[in-house]
Design a protein around this ligand. Structure first.
Ligand SMILES: NC(=O)c1ccc[n+]([C@@H]2O[C@H](COP(=O)([O-])OP(=O)(O)OC[C@H]3O[C@@H](n4cnc5c(N)ncnc54)[C@H](OP(=O)(O)O)[C@@H]3O)[C@@H](O)[C@H]2O)c1
Length: 326
C-alpha cells in the first residue's frame, strides 16, 4: 500500500490520526499516531472516515494474540470496518464512483480503518444506503460477513432447519440470529441474562441463559451450531447436532471430535471481504429487516477507553469510534 503524503492542490495536507501499534502488550500499547494521508491508486479510493468499529480481533492483535500478524509485521494500523465519504479516486476508480459518495467497507489486514483517512479498494466497498447512518454502517461489515459466511457459505443453513447460535447478543451473534431468522430457520440462541429479552425480540425460538441454564435442555436435533465461543461450549455443542449436522466455529473447531461423532466441521476460517454480500446485507438494514445494535460510540481520541470497554464491559452488539467526536 502506498504510504506517501498527498501533495497536490486538490488533496488536504492534514493530520491523519491513526490507531497504531508499535508493539504488542496490554491496551496501553494502543496509540494515536499522526500518519501521512495515504494515496489512492488504480481502483482504490481514499475515504475520509466518519466512523470505524472495533472488533475482538483488534484487541487480540494489540495483545499479540492473532498469529497471522506477528511481531515481524509491526508497526501497523488497526481496524477493518469503515464508513465515510470518498475524498479522492484512483485513476481506474472514476467509472464507478465519485468524490463525496458515502461508502462502507470491510478492508483487508494490510491497512487500518481506525483513522481519519484510509484507502479502500473498489472491490471492498459498497455505497452506504441513504437510510443507514455512518455509525451503523461502520458497525456492520466484519461482524456481518462473519455471520453471513459462517451460516450460509460454510454452514449451508436452509429454511426450516434448527440452528443453535452462541453469543447471540455479541457483535457477530446478534447479526447471525437475524440472518438465520430471515432465512426461515428455527433459531436457538445463548446469551447473558441481561440480554435475553433483547435476543427474544429478534425472533428466536428460545433464548438460553448461558450462565444459568444448560443449552442441552433446550436445543436438540440441530442441523447447525454456530459457535462463537470455542472451549467447553463448543465441546458440549457437538452432542446437540443430529447425525450429518454441521458445526461452524468462528474460532478453532475440534475437527477430530467432529469426525468421531459424524458431524461436519469447517476448518479454521476467517471472514473475507465480499462486496456483493455486504451490499445485500446493507439492503436488509436499509429496509429494517436487520437492526444493527450499537452499544456505544467513542470519539477517536478515546480509543484506549473504547478498546477496554469492548473487551471488558460486555457490550451488546458493537462499539464504534467516531472521528468527529462522540
Ligand atoms: N473467524 C473469523 O473471521 C471471526 C470473525 C469475527 C469474530 N471472530 C471471533 O468470534 C468471537 C465472537 O466475536 P464477536 O465480535 O461476536 O464478540 P463479542 O461482541 O465480544 O460477543 C461475544 C458474546 O459472547 C457472549 N458469551 C460469552 N461467554 C459465552 C458463553 N459461554 N456462551 C454463550 N455466549 C457467551 C458474550 O456475552 P456477555 O458479554 O454477556 O458475556 C458476548 O455477547 C470472538 O472470539 C472473535 O474474535 C472470528
Amino acid at each position: 500500500m502506498t504510504d506517501q503524503i498527498i501533495a497536490d492542490q486538490h488533496q488536504p495536507l492534514v493530520p491523519n490520526r491513526t490507531v497504531w501499534l508499535d508493539w504488542f502488550g496490554d491496551l496501553d500499547v494502543i496509540a494515536l499516531s499522526e500518519r501521512p494521508v495515504p494515496q489512492a491508486v488504480d481502483d482504490e479510493v481514499l475515504v475520509r472516515v466518519a466512523a470505524a468499529s472495533i472488533n475482538p480481533v483488534d484487541w487480540k492483535m494489540a495483545e499479540g494474540e492473532f498469529p497471522p500478524k506477528g511481531e515481524d509485521q509491526l508497526p501497523y494500523a488497526l481496524g477493518r470496518d469503515v464508513a465515510g465519504r470518498i475524498e479522492a479516486l484512483g485513476t481506474r476508480a472514476h467509472n464507478m464512483l465519485s468524490v463525496g459518495d458515502r461508502v462502507m467497507a470491510f478492508i483487508d489486514f494490510d491497512r487500518g480503518a481506525q483513522a481519519d483517512y484510509v484507502v479502500v479498494k473498489a472491490v471492498e466497498l459498497v455505497a452506504t444506503p441513504d437510510e443507514v447512518d455512518d455509525v451503523t454502517a461502520a458497525a456492520l461489515p466484519l461482524a456481518a460477513m462473519t455471520a453471513w459466511q459462517g451460516l450460509f457459505d460454510h454452514g449451508q443453513l436452509q429454511a426450516g432447519q434448527r440452528v443453535l447460535i452462541h453469543g447471540a447478543a455479541g457483535g457477530v451473534g446478534h447479526l447471525a440470529v437475524q440472518f438465520a431468522v430471515w432465512k426461515g430457520a428455527t433459531v436457538f440462541a445463548t446469551a447473558g441474562e441481561g440480554d435475553l429479552d433483547y435476543v427474544r425480540s429478534l425472533g428466536v425460538e428460545r433464548a438460553i441463559d448461558y450462565k444459568n441454564e444448560r443449552f442441552e435442555h433446550h436445543a436438540t436435533n440441530l442441523a447447525l451450531v454456530f459457535d462463537t465461543q470455542g472451549g467447553e461450549t463448543q465441546v458440549r455443542s457437538f452432542d446437540m447436532l443430529k447425525k450429518g449436522g454441521t458445526l461452524v466455529s468462528t474460532l478453532d473447531p475440534d475437527e477430530a471430535k467432529g469426525r468421531a461423532m459424524g458431524v461436519r466441521t469447517v476448518p479454521r476460517w476467517l471472514a473475507q471481504p465480499n462486496a456483493a454480500q455486504l451490499g445485500e446485507i446493507a439492503g436488509l438494514v436499509a429496509v429494517g429487516t436487520v437492526k444493527v445494535a450499537v452499544d456505544r460510540t467513542f470519539a477517536l481520541d478515546r480509543v484506549r477507553d473504547a478498546y477496554a470497554y469492548t473487551r471488558d464491559e460486555h457490550p451488546r452488539g458493537k462499539v464504534v469510534l467516531t472521528m468527529a467526536g462522540e
